[in-house]
Design a binder for this molecule. Sequence first.
Ligand code: BES
Ligand code: MN
Ligand code: ZN
Length: 502
Amino acid sequence: MDFSIKTIDAKSTSSAYKAIKTACIIAGVFENKKLSAVAVNLDQQGQIVAALKSGDISGKAGSSLLLRNVGDVAAERVLLVGLGTEAKTVTEKSFQQAVQAAARNLAGLGANDAVLVLPAVEGRDVAWAIRTTVIAFRESIFRTDELKSKKDTSSSGVKKLAIAVNASDATVAKTALAQSIALANGMDLTKELGNLPPNVCTPTYLATTAKKIAADYGMATEILDRKQIQALKMGSFLSVSNGTVEPPKFIVLKHQGGKAKDAPVVLVGKGITFDSGGISLKPGAGMDEMKYDMGGAASVIGTMRAVGEMKLKLNVYAIIPTCENMPSGSATRPGDIVTSMSGQTIEVLNTDAEGRLILCDALTYAERFKPAAVVDVATLTGACVTSLGHHNSGLFTRHDDAHDKLAAELLAAGKQTGDTAWRMPIEEAYNEQLKSNFADMANIGGPAGGSITAACFLERFTKQYTWAHLDIAGTAWKSGAAKGSTGRPVPLLTTFLINRAA
Ligand code: BES
Ligand code: MN
Ligand code: ZN
């Protein structure tokens, strides 16, 4: 899909729309048979009013109707989309539904190009509307069929979408469009990596992908193999890969968009390419979905792609510990005690709590960069899904001024993009649950507050810098008939970084 910005001169807006030459112009209509300004302009002969009167389109958000041969209109077709109840501005939700309806319709048209005129959205600017539009359109055409022998090759559908904005918004709109496309490209990469099967998307595959991103966008990269990981004394990370023949990798990617001396923002992504649970084996039902246990890593790589394409003026580093968690004769046993890179010892009471075991060493490694902030992203706990469901990612930080500020930034970035997170507590009281009789800590804290004790575990490795943890277990992918990666939290992370660079 090819996006562009089309500017409309403010003085001529009242007549400009009917003169636009395109295969399809998209115009909003409201419930109660009311027309948007664009629709009024296109309705020279009363055909749109007639369509509303007849009930052919309700105007409810998400409703749509395609008209051809609309009198005195240069466009070959007019696609009406419902915007909900009439008001000066439309709600975020109605806008989203309208754009989705437009995308659905355009996908099946025998037309090449279309023009979308954006309505004003309540409390949101043009940049927001453009980003929401681009993401919705790209979402509607996203497919994972590389491994299907018969591809879904529909030749029809609109290939070029021009987004019409007032001339006064042109500069803002063009920047927003470039950033939205970079964001969508990042999300697509995250989805592709997530959806790939675990026999293809291995730690080595993630490393190759990271190298490619580094080459494409001029980033520095380091891929450490087992020997180098051993030399760093990452005993906790390596213990997770004991049961598999698949080699572990430790990936570092560096985008130097800011001044050389500026402290970087470091993103850390959990890269378990398959989580069987290890010796603490998971039940069989739905176990295939544990191929998504590299969702943190995939979102960090996708975000780096977006950052690279945007040439963001900020230093952003990515750290990805990646391996498989498998049972075998050489696998880590429940009861084993391992020594992390930090020197802290860990009693592995459950080999299925492996995410924290690979992340803790990556978090210690991050210290060397003297980071401005570290954000780790992980499909860490089923308990987080129980707490927050599939709408919000879990956000955990310490509770002091610096961390409240970082949390506020992340929460705001999530709200801006509809990729929301919800803050959870980290408190001393929960730390009690991590006590071990034989090591510095246990890797599990019992069934109560499982997402919180997991965060408390990670917190012990982040004392040297400002840190936040995103548990994306409920948001990284969808199950059931719509099974697939969501590309989250790439919108949140990318927007957080854009805001930091500004
Ligand atoms: N990758 C899982 C978490 C997970 C489970 C994410 C289900 C999404 C859906 C993680 O490694 C895990 O297995 N966590 C355990 C921790 C427990 C053993 C303390 C869990 O959540 O059950
Ligand atoms: Mn697990
Ligand atoms: Zn896991």
